[in-house]
Design a binder for this molecule. Structure first.
Ligand code: 13P
Length: 289
């Protein structure tokens, strides 16, 4: 059964580790991530962007697929199904479809409007036992057509939004989606520290997990990050493994063109990547604590 992300993230914050949110794109992605979490006994969050939700034909399909897999694969670790960078309308669609968590990304609204809409969605999600993530200070880069220039959040605004009763807070600290450019200045730990001082126990979310060096990930966790989002790195791992299979001509040997064979190396690469991240974030073994 899907669970809210509240308990797993509160435990992560208190225990100084982070739970990974891995974005899903299709059946192979979902299965690989669930198997990786089960194998490492880690709680996990499946992230679904609005674009990926549309690609998978809609949120109801996603809910049906994930619930079916939890059952058929006998998944016994806590799993949350979470809308990533949701619009106001998107949040309502996911609440209705049976997601267990949503992110309302109101970072592009003036702060008053972000607060207003977040407040409303907090009340609705709370009534359904769901978790909700809010965002302050846009995350840079481009994801599914959503482009943010990346900025450091104002700690006071973070406090105002954290006080609305949200479950977790995404705050821009110089992180961006996708690959980091060569001239990237790194995460602003000064900003993160200031946010954590003002928001106390609130689990903080680090978007744009792809390409952040391991030492920065560990430092971010030590400063209150309890959820880390990874998307692009799994896509690259999948593409590289699939390209290798085709370049080696394996799709032309025997029944190598069978999609179950063609997509298998990519799925295995996603699983390996997720296991590596789970161990880096320190959430392995935490499903049983
Ligand atoms: P990356 O694609 O950079 O890993 O970011 C993922 C993310 O933050 C999803 O919200």
């Amino acid at each position: 059964m899907l669970v809210s992300a509240k308990e797993m993230l509160n435990k992560a914050k208190a225990g100084h580790y982070a739970v990974g949110q891995f974005n899903i794109n299709n059946l192979e992605w979902t299965k690989a991530i669930l198997l990786a979490a089960e194998e490492t006994r880690s709680p996990v969050i499946l992230g679904v962007s609005e674009g990926a939700g549309k690609y998978m034909t809609g949120y109801k399909t996603v809910v049906g697929m994930v619930n079916g897999m939890l059952d058929e694969l006998n998944i016994s670790v806590p799993v949350a199904l979470h809308l990533d960078h949701g619009s106001y309308e998107g949040c309502y669609k996911c609440i209705e479809a049976g997601f267990s968590s949503v992110m309302f990304d109101g970072s592009h609204y003036p702060i008053e409007e972000n607060v207003e809409k977040t407040k409303e969605l907090v009340a609705v999600t709370r009534g359904k036992g769901m978790s909700i993530e809010a965002e302050v200070g846009s995350i840079g880069g481009e994801e599914d057509g959503v482009v943010g220039k990346g900025e450091c959040a104002d700690p006071e605004e973070c406090k105002a939004v954290a006080d609305l009763g949200i479950t977790m807070l995404a705050a821009g600290i110089g992180n961006i989606h996708g690959k980091y450019p060569d001239n990237w200045e790194g995460l602003s730990f000064e900003t993160l520290d200031a946010i954590q001082q003002l928001t106390g126990d609130m689990p903080l979310v680090l978007h744009g997990g792809t390409g952040i060096p391991d030492d920065m990930i560990k430092k971010a966790i030590s400063l209150g990050v309890a959820k880390i989002n990874v998307n692009t790195e799994c896509q690259i791992a999948f593409a590289e493994a699939t390209r290798k299979y085709i370049e080696e001509g394996k799709d032309q040997q025997g029944k190598g063109f069978d999609p179950r064979k063609l997509l298998a190396p990519g799925a295995e690469a996603i699983k390996d990547m997720v296991i590596t991240k789970i161990k880096l974030f320190g959430s392995d073994g935490k499903a049983d604590e």
